[in-house]
Each structure stands twice: as C-alpha cells, then as structure tokens.
Ligand binder design. Structure first.
Ligand SMILES: NC(=O)c1ccc[n+]([C@@H]2O[C@H](COP(=O)([O-])OP(=O)(O)OC[C@H]3O[C@@H](n4cnc5c(N)ncnc54)[C@H](OP(=O)(O)O)[C@@H]3O)[C@@H](O)[C@H]2O)c1
Length: 239
C-alpha cells in the first residue's frame, strides 16, 4: 500500500494478543483483516475499534477455508498468526499423547498451513509473525508437550527467513499473559498461576495483551529484522 500503510492479516484477531495487535496496528493507520472461528465473537471484538478493519470468520484448521480466504483477499503485506491451541501440557510420564496430538492439530498445523496458504497473496517485501510460547525454550517440568508444539514452529522461523526472503519471518514468544485463553481454564486455576507468576517473575506480574502486541508491531514494521524470536515474557525465560 502507499504512504507506509500496510494491509495486515491477523489470524486469531478476535481475542487476546491477536485482538490487541489488531487494535494497535489499526490505530497506527494500517488496514486490518482479523479472523476467528466464531462470527459473533469476531464482530463484537471489532465493532468498537476505529480504523480500516474488517473481519472474516472461518476455521484455520481447514486448509480449503484458508486457501479460499487468501484467494479472496488479494495481495497483502503482513501476516500475523495468533491462533491458540491449549492441549498437550502436563507431566511427561502420564502425558496423554492423544491430547498432545490434538494440541499439535490446534496450533502447530494451523500456523504452518496458514503461512503456506498465505504465500501466493503475500507481498515479497512483507512479513510473517507467529505467536509461539516461551515454553519452547524453557526447561519447565510439565511443559514438554507445549515446548514441542511451540518449538516446532520456532525451529522453522530462521529456515523460512532464508528460504522465503525477501519476505521476513519472525515470532514473538509470550510468557503468561492475561487473555481470555486463561478464562477457559477456570478462575481458580487462572488465579493460582497468575499469583505464582507474579511472585516468580523479575517484573512481578503477568503480561498484558497490549505489551505483546507492541512486540508484534515491532516485527511487522522493522524491515531489518528477520529470523528472530522475541521473548515477551516478563523474564520467564530466565527462571
Ligand atoms: N495467553 C497466554 O498466557 C499465552 C502464553 C504463551 C503463548 N500463548 C500463545 O499466544 C497466542 C495467542 O494467545 P491468546 O491467549 O491471545 O489466545 P486467545 O485469547 O484464546 O485468542 C485466540 C484467537 O485465535 C482464534 N482461533 C483459535 N483457533 C482458531 C481456529 N482454528 N481458526 C480460526 N481462529 C482460531 C480465536 O477465535 P475463535 O475462538 O472464535 O476461533 C481467538 O481470536 C496463541 O498461539 C497461544 O498459544 C498464549
């Protein structure tokens, strides 16, 4: 687009860090297309936001729907993949491997197939930014499955940054961030994790979606950064 305005797609843009990214980039004057599965949730999330933005509801685990979406979209500049999974955590000895497979199906495969499906429509000088997780690079007992899902995405980042150049490919690895993802785990579990994190983290609190959105916006906008994973985690990776 002209005048530094970019056309940016945020997959998983109806909640949490994806929605915060949509808000931040729309406020910066870019044209945004946000997606999610639930059309009512998507419409309610976007309705109060000012700027040039629209939503499309579809399931990113479905390759045909991804191909149709990018086919309709026309050329665009930047892809942000903020789709969440959820399953695959827990101590390894008793880890439910079927749940781990579902975790890969909900996060790893949609991230990878979204990036591949987007390529025909992505401008060569644009970018892809994945939302992974700091669990990929921690040695935190009970997170081997989550480390594998997110580590598999992160392992592709530097390879794709070279293979797909001049397209830039990066990721942001969040720590614990207060998003609706946690609400689904129940108030008690959420409070326990947030309290424990506040005690343990160098910054003394969990993250806000807006803070991760700032890291994503940096990677989208900075033309000299590629093949990089930024930890935005309050220092969790140091523990
Ligand atoms: N929150 C944390 O503490 C945390 C920590 C580390 C890493 N992360 C990672 O950061 C990313 C964002 O997390 P979040 O907490 O912001 O998540 P969230 O609040 O649960 O939002 C996830 C978004 O993805 C959409 N989505 C999920 N599956 C989809 C699918 N198959 N097709 C289309 N849209 C789909 C959701 O909308 P619908 O439900 O309507 O589809 C929603 O817009 C995720 O990859 C997550 O794994 C989160």
């Amino acid at each position: 687009m002209q005048d530094g305005r970019r056309k940016i797609v945020v997959l998983g843009g109806s909640s949490g860090m994806g929605l915060a990214t949509v808000r931040l980039l729309a406020e910066a004057g870019h044209a945004l297309v946000a997606t999610g599965r639930d059309p009512a949730r998507l419409a309610a999330a976007l309705q109060p936001l000012p700027g040039d933005l629209r939503g499309e509801a579809f399931d990113a685990t479905d390759r045909a729907q991804l191909d149709a979406f990018f086919g309709r979209l026309g050329v665009f500049d930047d892809l942000v993949v903020a789709l969440s999974g959820g399953e695959g955590g827990g101590p390894f000895r008793g880890l439910d491997l079927a749940a781990l497979e579902r975790g890969f199906a909900a996060k790893f495969w949609p991230h990878v197939q979204a990036a591949q499906a987007a390529l025909p429509a992505l401008r060569a000088g644009g970018s892809i930014t994945f939302l992974t997780s700091v669990s990929a690079r921690m040695a935190n007992p009970g997170t081997a499955g989550l480390a594998a899902i997110n580590g598999a995405i992160e392992a592709m980042v530097p390879v794709l940054a070279r293979e797909l150049a001049p397209l830039r490919v990066n990721a942001v690895a969040p720590g614990v961030v207060d998003t609706p993802w946690w609400d689904a785990r129940g108030a008690e579990a959420k409070d326990a994790v947030f309290r424990q994190q506040a005690q343990a983290l160098p910054v003394g609190r969990v993250g806000r979606p807006e803070e991760v959105a700032q890291a994503v916006a940096f990677l989208v906008g900075n033309g000299f950064t590629t093949g990089t994973v930024i930890a935005c985690d309050g220092g969790l990776h140091l523990l």
